[in-house]
Design a protein around this ligand. Structure first.
Ligand code: UDP
Ligand code: MG
Length: 318
C-alpha cells in the first residue's frame, strides 16, 4: 500500500522541520512492513524559506516530494495540485502547520480499510477560535446546509483521506473557485469520519485572513447552489401576484361596482398596489435572468457528468 500525504505550505518555514519529524513518527507508528509512503509538500508561493527548508529535509528523507507553485494560488488550489500529483492508494491531505495532528492518520487508514472511500476529519470544537469566528463558521454551515443538498458536514475540515478512485474523479473537476472539501463531500462516495481536536499552530501565523475566509465561504455557497436566485424569482412572482389580485379587487369593487363594500380606496393606495405589482414583475424577471445565468455557469464549470463506483459495478471499464 502506498500512502500519500498532501501538505499545502505557505510561509511555514518556522514549523516545517518539527512538523515533518512529527509526521514521520506518526506514519512510522501506523505503517506496516509492506507499506510505503510519500510526503507530498506543495509550496504555495511562499515568500519565506519554506522551499529551502523542504529541500534540506529531502536530503535526509527520500519520502519527500515537493511541488512548488509559481506563485500563491491559495490553499484550495495548492491542495488540488497535490491531489493531482499524489500516487497513493490512499491520499491524506492535511495542514502543514501542525493543527491537524498527524497522529490521527492511523484512524483515517482504519476507516479506509473498513470500506470508506472518503474519510473526513471532523473538528471537535475549536476552543481557541475567537467567538466571532466560530459563530461565523456556524452560520456558514447552517446556510450551506439549507442551500445545497446537505453535503457539507458540520465542523468538517480539510484534514481528510480519499482513495485513488476518488482522486481520479476529483481530477475531472476544473472549476476555478473551489472548496476542496465541498467538492469531495458532494461526490457521493462512501464516507467515514474521524474526530480530532485541532491543535494550536506549532509556530508561525495563520495566513488565512478574515477577508479570504469570507470570500471562500461565499464562493462555496454561490458555486454550490442557485437556490437564492430561485427564491428571488419566487418572491418576485408572489409580490406581482399579490399586486395583481389587489389591483383587480380594487378595480372591480371601486371603479366598476361603485364601492358597495365601502373600501374607499384613495389614489395613493392604488398607486401603492401598482408599485407592488411592477416591483414584483421586475424582481421576478431578474430572478429568471439569474436562473439562466446559473444554468450557463453550471455548463461553464464542466463538472464530470457522472462518477462511477467501480467496486460496485460489474464489467465496468473506465
Ligand atoms: N496555506 C496555503 N496557501 C495559502 C494559505 C495557507 O497553502 O494561501 C496552507 C498553510 O500553509 C497551512 C494551511 O494552508 O498548511 C492552513 O492555513 P492557515 O493555518 O493559515 O489557516 P487556518 O489554520 O486558519 O485554517
Ligand atoms: Mg492553521
Amino acid at each position: 500500500m502506498l500512502l500519500s500525504v498532501v501538505l499545502p505550505v505557505y510561509n511555514e518555514a518556522a514549523v516545517l522541520e518539527s512538523f515533518h519529524t512529527r509526521l514521520v513518527g506518526a506514519v512510522a507508528a501506523v505503517a506496516g512492513p509492506e507499506d510505503s509512503w510519500e510526503a507530498l509538500y506543495v509550496d504555495d508561493g511562499s515568500s519565506d524559506q519554506s522551499v529551502a527548508v523542504i529541500h534540506g529535509l529531502a536530503q535526509q528523507d527520500d519520502h519527500i516530494r515537493l511541488v512548488a507553485l509559481a506563485r500563491n494560488f491559495g490553499k484550495e488550489i495548492a491542495t488540488t495540485a497535490g491531489i493531482h500529483q499524489a500516487a497513493g492508494d490512499a491520499i491524506v491531505m492535511m495542514d502543514s502547520d501542525g493543527q491537524h495532528p498527524p497522529e490521527s492518520i492511523g484512524e483515517f487508514l482504519d476507516a479506509w480499510r473498513e470500506g470508506a472511500q472518503v474519510v473526513i476529519g471532523v473538528r471537535t470544537d475549536n476552543q481557541s477560535a475567537p467567538l466571532v469566528k466560530s459563530m461565523a463558521s456556524r452560520a456558514f454551515y447552517a446556510i450551506s446546509r439549507s442551500l445545497s443538498q446537505g453535503h457539507l458536514l458540520r465542523n468538517s475540515t480539510d484534514y481528510c483521506l480519499i482513495d485513488q478512485e476518488v482522486a481520479t474523479a476529483f481530477r475531472g473537476y476544473g472549476q476555478q473557485s473551489r472548496m476542496t472539501r465541498a467538492i469531495i463531500q458532494s461526490m457521493g462516495y462512501a464516507q467515514g469520519r474521524v474526530e480530532f481536536a485541532a491543535d494550536p499552530r506549532m509556530a508561525g501565523q495563520a495566513s488565512y485572513s478574515t477577508r479570504k475566509l469570507v470570500s471562500l465561504a461565499l464562493d462555496a455557497l454561490v458555486t454550490g447552489s442557485s437556490k437564492p436566485l430561485m427564491w428571488s424569482a419566487v418572491l418576485g412572482g408572489f409580490l406581482a401576484l399579490v399586486g395583481f389580485l389587489a389591483g383587480c379587487a380594487v378595480l372591480v369593487e371601486q371603479l366598476i361596482l361603485g364601492d358597495p363594500l365601502g373600501w374607499n380606496f384613495t389614489g395613493s393606495a392604488m398607486l401603492g398596489i401598482l408599485v407592488l405589482f411592477v416591483t414584483g414583475l421586475i424582481l421576478g424577471s431578474q430572478g429568471v435572468i439569474g436562473l439562466y445565468l446559473s444554468a450557463v455557469y453550471r455548463e461553464v464549470l464542466r463538472k464530470p457528468l457522472y462518477l462511477v463506483n467501480a467496486a460496485r459495478s460489474l464489467g465496468y471499464r473506465p
